[in-house]
Design a protein around this ligand. Sequence first.
Ligand code: GLA
Length: 632
Amino acid sequence: MQKPRTVRRLPRLALLPLLFATAAAHAATDPLAPTAHWSAYAAGRAAMPPMGWSSWNAFGTDIDEAKILGAAQRIVDSGLAAKGYRYINIDDGWALRRRQPDGRLVARPDRFPSTAAGGFRPFTDKLHAMGLKAGIYSDLGRNTCSQAYGGDDPNLPKGSVLEREVGLYGHIDQDIALFFRDWGFDFIKVDGCGLRAYGADSPKVKSGDYRALKPVLDLESVTRSDIPAVQAEFTQINAALKRNNPDGDFLLSLCVWGAADVRAWGKDFGNISRTSDDIRPNWPRLLSNYDSAARRELYAHPGSWNDPDMLFIGAGDFDANHLVEAKSHFALWAMLNAPLMTGADLRTTPQALMDIFGNADIIALNQDPAGNQAVLAYDADDVQILVKTLASGEKAVAIFNRGLAPVDADLTAQHLKFRKDATVTLTDLWSKENSAFTNETKVRVAPRETKIFRAQGTRELAQGLYLSEQPGSVNPAVDGVTKPQADPTIFRSSFGWTGTKGQGERPMYAGWGGARADSTPYGQTLRIAGTTYASGIGILANSRLEVRNHDYRRLNTLVGVDDSAQDRTHAVTFMVYGDGKLLAKSRALRWGQPAQALTLDVAGVKVIELVAKSAGTANEQLPVSWGNAALQ
Ligand code: GLA
């Protein structure tokens, strides 16, 4: 291996012209120009993943006040509220109609008697008095998902075509003001069926019961989705949320099920964003939903989390007769920094399951303030090892047995980025047992079990962290993906509601080729000119990463075109900016050329930007690696 050369720091004077080429001037035209700020979503209240309860998994549209307040009461009485479960969310099924001609929404008075005098304010007052927060549900389109897919559900809105249009479309300002200002809600889930299921040819529209709205969301196909149209509506919703929440105390939940490449941009538009279709209470569906978020570690940060859907603990494969599966579900969601939204009828949930929701040690991992989603340290089809770096510098590690045979997994200090010559201690977060090892140990994991530990050891970088250890502080503002492709690594399950009819579920969640921690965008080991890197960021060329700097002084990395690149022609130049100023620039590097070391002073810098620029336009063929990228 050729020794990488250290880049020369640019002399101060040489930087002057660059200082004036500020972010603002370039931003409109050049997405790779530094902006000197963190652009992922930071509005609302989601510094940590939200926790709470939602009505959907237990009740569908068959909801009423007693069921919801019953859940709220159990959350408080059981001590879950004190542990952070706060949001009590009404999902689809609450609306009776949109009153004409003023367009004001009316809740179902038979199911929500306290709304009879004018709305949900008495109801949200009750939840607030219990120390809880209240969530409501709406849709991007004119109609909701149960209206689209609920058949002859008696709980659907009633009245004329216009009265049954209870979604946000055409009423964004009016409805957001009603929900947040008048009714006092704190959370809104915005579903997308209204922009998906009401094409002019759909039976719903042909029947005359619903007005047509051109579909812009297509779950099966990213190329048939109109991404800017979907984003434009979320922009309007955000403006309305801001106007109607002067104190900023709101939470926006995007629910377009991984469609329209939202796994790449949800982080810029809302606090939580669904990465897949609905979870069902069966193991294969858990795998799909988990997979849809598991490799998106760089797309989740404080304020903007991946949402693989609500917990289904309490039903089917996750009921009290399946504690192994139920505990896996909880541990995995915690490691992914997923919202912890229970979906069970808590009034009757057995204590064994309540104890799972209440595992304070696992909740603490999910709520860790550093906001680092777990990174896959080992990734096979049957066993995966996920490692999450905590604010304290300790690690959480989960060993997930996806399959049906027991496994004796090797857990190594290297998986944890701990030194192999120092003791590693493990605390099992279910049994609370402690153990210790040096270098490596074996862990027996039963079928479908997830072993989850808190781990202490000596970090490889005693004074710092690899960027891949802190995905919560790394935002792929521009990830270089120009042609969104479906991700083939997501488990495809057969849906309960269609059985094995048709051709089954094809890869459909775009995001393949997105930025990764400790991996190339396409799942290969990071490798530049024959040298592999166990740590680093893999991303396509023509990309810009934003990094929040938590008082570190130096950034070191070895950069180059990754050996997995098919483009052997175009060179890539790597640039590092500190608060908008150029700090270092590599030579133009092509495939096969040895990595170049960049070592720079970032003392006092708040936002570091890592830009990889190429004249090549087929970025998908030009993955680059920021090998061993670390802050110290
Ligand atoms: C969609 C969402 C679900 C739920 C239902 C309500 O399917 O993905 O989470 O909100 O709509 O109809």
